[in-house]
Design a protein around this ligand. Sequence first.
Ligand SMILES: [Fe+2]
Ligand SMILES: [Fe+2]
Length: 130
Amino acid sequence: MVWGEILSVGVDEIDEDHRKLMHIFNVLNHSVMERESPEYIAATLEELINCTVWHFSHEERLMLKYRYKDMAEHKAEHRELIQTAKELQQEILRADNRMVDEQIEFLERWLSGHILTADGRLGSYLSQVI
Ligand SMILES: [Fe+2]
Ligand SMILES: [Fe+2]
């Protein structure tokens, strides 16, 4: 996944987080392509999950501070992703690498899709009120 202007939500502090998340995501993707051990892949996913949890708290604090009306819906999407990623992490420790490839693609679509839709809407709102 490559960072590009299309992924910018128009708020620097959120864009910075997203760049960091994408960097870790690319490390994860690389470790899958290089057929690293399931333990290593799970550890990389742990790093991505921790960074994502932190980033979601950051967005949720901004939503509270600026009274974002769609906060509940946005938070629900965050919760769902963390849940899915944690389940995936458990599966990686049990499954073969082919399964992991498909699930990495799923995570990639989810992450870029969320940034382009839910985060894009949040960014448009925040750029008007900050
Ligand atoms: Fe985000
Ligand atoms: Fe978000």
